[in-house]
Ligand binder design. Structure first.
Ligand code: KE4
Length: 433
């Protein structure tokens, strides 16, 4: 498959953009080869600048629950743009999106918008610290909460992919206030609070960990976090940037019937435009400036074009009564089909899936935390990634990422994906010998 234009585009980009990309995972470092430059997307499909078309399971890393260029979202953006792009003043579009968020995620009584998930998570941590007057934050190895210093310790996603889960440049003082535990280890949370009495401001967790592949919570894990945080007067933060509006209408917290104190949102909430959000109990959110002492600001926070996209997105999700059932059925069909094929080809694997998220690990080790995930065969994943890319299927370019389906995917795309996987595994089993 010729990707000459992408190769040339990457060389040109590297002359002016550090690393040639504006987000690390896009560089294909984990899978090798030159990153593919895309030109357009429509529904479940994406097209590169060499004219190749792919079934897209990256979907911009989660925002595109309704697929590429959804008509209602595009129309809302175009209409909003005609009225001006940004005002730096309050607009009613922000209130309208906030009303939708609060109606769909009942634990959120007040919300504040940002321009990225990173900003939202970083601000939620600052708010929890200001509200509790404590400094320490508990996070879990392999979970990713964006690129802020406080969270770039044992982080997942491309920090893990690139081998820098604890990035250089994060001051020792910052790292000292971040306590890292093993995901799904509820006993470790009790021990952390015992060892740091009245010092832990918050526990932040991806309720379904989507940045070390997809690692679901073990039964009782989230409940334990809820109990411990309530007992210790610490803030429980669910980072639902990835799971929000995707695992259920009200996110993972609806699916698991657990109410965090604060929730971090992103991706779907902007419909593909830059929107993050954090919100939760009114008592905590009242600590935010300008009413409270904990500072927050952002030039383009609540940008009216992004708000219009989010409103169109959330209304479409809210009003589609069978959306989540359809996505769960289709994702399960794909996961089961892949598992059958991998069994047929005698390839060790674990597949996790929930809602419209899934991950295929080339491993026979249990995947319930980062240590288990790290036993995966990332070299084989890289070969599989390219074998699928050559057959018109775009998967995340890292073993440590979750893959996504949209409402634009159908059994047709699933069947084509399974055909490609069968051929890819045949090719690889021959080459592996
Ligand atoms: P952003 O700053 O990238 O909008 O959001 C950060 C973030 C926070 N919390 C969770 C649970 C997230 O998954 C993310 C971002 N996810 C990655 C994909 N694993 C974004 C892809 C990228 O970094 O380019």
């Amino acid at each position: 498959m010729s990707v000459e234009r992408s190769i040339a585009a990457f060389a040109r980009a590297r002359n002016v953009i550090a690393g040639g990309v504006n987000s690390s995972v896009r560089a294909f470092k984990a899978v090798g080869g030159s990153p593919i430059f895309m030109k357009s997307g429509s529904g479940a499909m994406i097209r590169d600048i060499d004219g190749h078309e792919y079934i897209d399971y990256i979907l911009s890393w989660g925002p595109l629950l309704l697929g590429h260029a959804h008509p209602a979202v595009v129309k809302a953006i175009a209409a909003a743009a005609q009225r001006g792009l940004s005002f730096g003043t309050p607009t009613e579009t922000e209130t309208e999106l906030a009303e939708l968020v609060c109606a769909m995620v009942p634990s959120i009584e007040r919300v504040r918008f940002t321009s990225s998930g990173t900003e939202a998570a970083m601000s939620a941590a600052r708010l929890a610290r200001g509200y509790t007057r404590r400094d320490k934050i508990v996070k879990f190895a392999g979970c990713y909460h964006g690129a802020a210093d406080v969270f770039l310790i044992a982080a997942g996603s491309s920090a893990l992919t690139l081998g820098n889960p604890s990035s250089p440049g994060v001051p020792r003082g910052t790292a000292a206030d971040t306590i890292v535990l093993a995901y799904n280890d509820a006993a470790a949370v009790d021990a952390a609070f015992a060892a740091n009495p009245e010092q832990i401001a918050a526990v932040i967790v991806e309720p379904y960990a989507g940045n070390m592949g997809l690692v679901p919570p073990k039964p009782g894990f989230l409940e334990r976090l809820r109990e411990v945080c309530a007992r210790e007067h610490a803030v429980l933060i669910f980072d639902e940037v990835m799971t929000g509006f995707r695992l259920a209408r009200g996110g993972a917290q609806e699916r698991e019937s657990i109410s965090p104190d604060l929730t971090v949102l992103g991706k779907v909430i902007g419909g593909g435009l830059p929107v993050g959000a954090f919100g939760g109990r009114e008592e905590i959110m009242a600590y935010l400036s300008p009413d409270g002492p904990v500072f927050h600001a952002g030039t383009l926070s609540g940008n009216p074009i992004a708000m219009a996209a989010g409103i169109a997105m959330l209304k479409a999700i809210r009003d589609d009564a069978t959306l989540f059932d359809r996505l769960e059925v289709l994702t399960t069909l794909l996961a089961r089909g892949l598992s059958e094929l991998l069994g047929k080809h005698n390839v060790a694997h674990r597949i996790t899936h929930a809602g419209s998220m899934f991950c295929l690990y080339f491993s026979d080790a249990p995947v319930s935390d980062l240590a288990g995930v790290l036993k995966s065969d990332t070299e084989f994943y890289a070969k599989y990634f390219h074998a699928m890319l050559d057959r018109g299927v775009l998967l995340p370019p890292s073993q440590y990422e979750a893959a996504f389906l949209s409402t634009a995917h159908s059994t047709r795309e699933v069947e084509r994906t399974l055909e490609a996987a069968d051929a890819a595994l045949s090719q690889l089993s021959v080459s592996v010998g």
